[in-house]
Design a protein around this ligand. Structure first.
Ligand code: HDE
Length: 749
């Protein structure tokens, strides 16, 4: 009467039999599962997404609203299912012929789960593989409207954006604080389609013609035989290339300067590098260079700090950006334009605007702010957003057009082409992070990973079957129209204009614009990098290049390398320095700067007030104590311990106490009993010494002074006082200058 039950009972009996046969009981081992940890069994509704995790705007592949929930949330649905939606009752055990038997081929869930996992990785970007992204908004000031008709620059117009910062040379898993150029790519989801500004934190490039891009990258990437070194330029092939391509000198000068090791993405300038052509509503054109100016100022790490961070916290820049956004300290950059008349020669003050190895000093063409970018939302899924975002210089909107810069032109091909491999087909603009926020009505069809179900029968124009749709836009519908730029009267040639041959004037301009301490850093960086080169001939050749830039630079590097200064005919060119190129000498807001406070739980004098004042000033106080968690019953909590804290995390260090060595402290090897340092935990002493070496402000009050004394650190930027508030205000003043450079006066004039 009840066949279901009968069949079930028979099946269970048979299964028991099979189990017994295949998996005979082992004496002493119970034939049952170990007790599992308690887990929730009742399906619940989705958890509300965190405020900063609403994910990318999701419209349909054709741009029409989907009506679907904004974000497909993983781990939030009621039941675990297969990818085809069938509910699953177990995902921890494969289907086996008995508990100890072989796995059955029929286990669809096992095969599907492993198959999908096997294919989770996509090729990393061929350059800029290591990156980090965040969402935000751009608000136009309206000040650019007289030169550019792009709607997103209009007064108060708010446009969603996604920004991806990156290093260039390293693999996806490489460290953040390597010496390298940084990418600064912005996708503006404008009401006229996506505009991608794919820039760097250095305003010039290594090469003048895109055809050399594979060469410079092959030289910069690890050596092909052993695949070392990772994510850096301190090796033979890089210096072999740049010493034989003197057009790279300007970019190399920037890389060897502090710009190559930014303190944070939040303190980095961005540059569009190439000259663009802007068009206003009247059809008038102007040439322009794009700049991003960070509200927090331009700050860098010092080299030793950068090297230490690569080991201590390889995700330093990622963490810094994500933490700042999470805490509500939204980083901001102003977008600015340098404007030049669109003359037939396309030069400005003798500088060739089509040469991407040249800048135009800000003193000659001031950067005019046209809008502000705020990053205010972290990604919800790294892969879906940061990894799958695809930037392309050809994504332009009405009012912004290309120029004939030969580097720009080659990029126009590369950024489309590269996605075919990386994102596996031509439909990458249908991936949510890449979708425009306006309707898409292309006539592209089919292809791998097609997400749209296109209706209609006539994806061609003109047609009579689909009502003539889609129509081409008329002038009043604001289409993108290329500027009718006249072509030069010339034969086809494979050569560059004569002006491209000047490779040394601007590197010299850069060098002479730096302060002595910045120059010293450049010298040390060249000496370090060339010191890692094996081939003597390469070092000598690079010294000859430097002789063309500046005799002092060349002589100082030669001294460090222990090589003779090359004889040269080079006569220093006359240049007018551009103070805007220096990072030192201004005061900047201290918002978001990290201040470590070493505390001794036995004596918390002044700690609470100092902590609250730091927070009220928009900075981040981090209490460092012998152990983590609540500090006694003070209500204060230690966020760092002597085991987890290293100096490189902090912009300044304050000491409210000098805690004795903790139980887990390893004394210095050469420590003598009774030495002054003995009374203080050696890790605190090390922290003070490192902060001192890295020219950071150090302050101590009360018992904290003993730790500074034990570290043997005195002089500029070390503030000792009995009054905790006075110490804090002096340290904050020093922070605004970024570092205490006076501590180590530079020896280079
Ligand atoms: Fe790129 N570049 N590039 N580049 N570039 C790529 O595109 C290329 C250049 C820049 O966060 C690739 O989607 C060529 C200059 C950034 O996703 C690739 C040339 C500048 C990013 C490519 C250049 C840049 C890229 C690799 C010489 C500064 C990361 C993956 C003609 C203005 C974008 C990808 C992101 C990425 C090619 C030169 C900036 C291969 C051929 C100059 C910020 O298409």
């Amino acid at each position: 009467r009840k066949p279901g039950k009968v069949v079930k009972a028979a099946l269970e009996k048979a299964a028991d039999k099979v189990t017994e046969l295949v998996n005979p009981p082992v004496p002493g081992v119970p034939n049952s599962e170990p007790p599992s940890l308690e887990e929730p069994t009742d399906p619940r509704g989705p958890l509300p997404p965190k405020a900063d995790q609403t994910g990318p705007e999701t419209v349909s592949p054709t741009g029409a609203p989907t009506g679907a929930p904004k974000v497909a949330m993983g781990q939030q649905g009621e039941f675990l299912t297969t990818s085809a939606g069938a509910r699953l009752y177990d995902t921890d055990h494969s289907l086996k012929a008995g508990e100890r038997g072989p796995t059955l081929l029929q286990d669809h869930h096992l095969r599907e789960k492993i198959m999908h996992f096997d294919h989770e990785r996509i090729p990393e970007r061929v350059v800029h593989a290591r990156g980090y992204g965040a969402h935000g908004t751009f608000v136009g000031y309206g000040t650019g409207a007289n030169v550019c008709k792009a709607a997103f620059l209009g007064d108060g117009v708010e446009t969603p954006v996604f920004v991806r910062f990156s290093t260039v040379l390293g693999s996806r898993g490489s460290a953040d604080t390597v010496r390298d150029t940084r990418g600064f790519a912005t996708k503006f989801y404008t009401q006229e389609g996506n505009f991608d500004l794919v820039g760097n934190n250095i305003p010039v490039f290594f090469i003048q013609d895109g055809i050399k891009f594979p060469d410079v990258i092959h030289a910069g990437k690890p050596h092909p035989d052993r695949e070392i070194p990772q994510a850096q330029s301190a090796h033979d092939t890089f210096w072999d290339f740049v010493s034989t391509h003197t057009e790279a000198t300007h970019h190399v000068m920037w890389n060897m300067s502090d710009r190559g090791i930014p303190r944070s993405y939040r303190t980095m300038e961005g540059f569009g590098v190439h000259t663009f052509r802007l068009v206003n509503a009247e059809g008038e054109t102007a040439l322009a260079k794009f700049h991003w100016k960070p509200k927090l100022g331009v700050h860098s790490l010092v080299w030793e700090e950068a090297q230490m961070l690569n080991g201590i916290d390889p995700d330093f820049h990622r963490r810094d950006l994500a933490d700042a956004i999470e805490s509500g300290a939204f980083p901001q950059w102003e977008l600015g334009l340098q404007l030049f008349p669109d003359t037939p020669r396309q030069t400005f003050e003798g500088i060739d605007l089509l040469d991407p190895t040249k800048i135009v000093p800000e003193e000659l063409a001031p950067v005019q702010p046209v809008g502000i970018l705020t990053l205010n939302r972290n990604t919800m899924n790294y892969f879906a957003e940061t990894e799958q975002v695809a930037f392309h210089l050809g994504n332009l909107v009405p009012g912004i057009d290309v120029t004939d810069d030969p580097l720009f032109q080659a990029r126009l091909f590369s950024y489309l082409d590269t996605q075919l491999t990386r994102l596996a087909g031509p439909n990458f603009n249908q991936i949510p992070i890449n979708r425009p926020h306006v309707p898409v009505n292309d006539m592209f069809r089919d292809g791998f990973h097609q997400q749209a179900v296109h209706a209609g029968v006539a994806p061609y124009r003109p047609n009579t079957l689909d009502g003539g749709n889609p129509f081409v836009a008329k002038a009043e519908d604001r289409p993108f129209v290329e500027v009718a730029q006249p072509l030069p009267k010339s034969a086809k040639v494979r050569q560059s204009p004569a002006s491209f041959a000047d490779h040394f004037t601007q590197p010299r301009l850069f060098w002479l614009s730096l302060t002595p301490v910045e120059k010293e850093h450049v010298v040390r960086a060249f000496t370090f990098e060339l010191g890692k080169v094996y081939e003597q001939a390469i070092k000598e050749r690079q010294l000859r290049v430097l002789a063309n830039v500046d005799p002092t630079l060349c002589a100082e590097v030669a001294k460090g390398l222990g090589l003779p200064v090359p004889a040269t005919e080079a006569r220093p060119r006359k240049v007018t320095p551009s103070p805007a190129l220096s990072q030192i000498g201004q005061e900047w807001p201290t918002d978001g700067r990290m201040i470590g406070i070493v505390v001794d739980p036995a004596n918390l004098d002044g700690v609470r007030t100092v902590r609250e004042t730091i927070l009220a000033g928009g900075m981040v106080p981090l209490l460092i104590a012998p152990t983590g968690g609540p500090i006694g019953d003070s209500g204060l909590v230690a966020q760092r311990t002597f085991l987890t804290a290293r100096s490189v995390e902090f912009d300044a260090l304050l000491l409210a106490g000098s805690p004795p060595p903790g139980p887990d402290a390893v004394p210095a090897r050469d420590a003598k009993a009774g030495a002054p340092g003995d009374a203080v935990d050696p890790r605190v002493v090390l922290m003070v010494q490192e902060c001192f070496r890295h020219a950071k402000a150090i302050g101590a009050w009360g018992a904290g002074r003993a730790a500074v004394e034990a570290a043997g650190c005195t002089g500029a930027g070390v503030v000792l006082d009995d009054d905790a508030s006075k110490v804090l205000s002096a340290a904050t003043e020093l922070l605004a200058l970024h570092r205490v450079w006076d501590r180590f006066p530079a020896t280079i004039a």
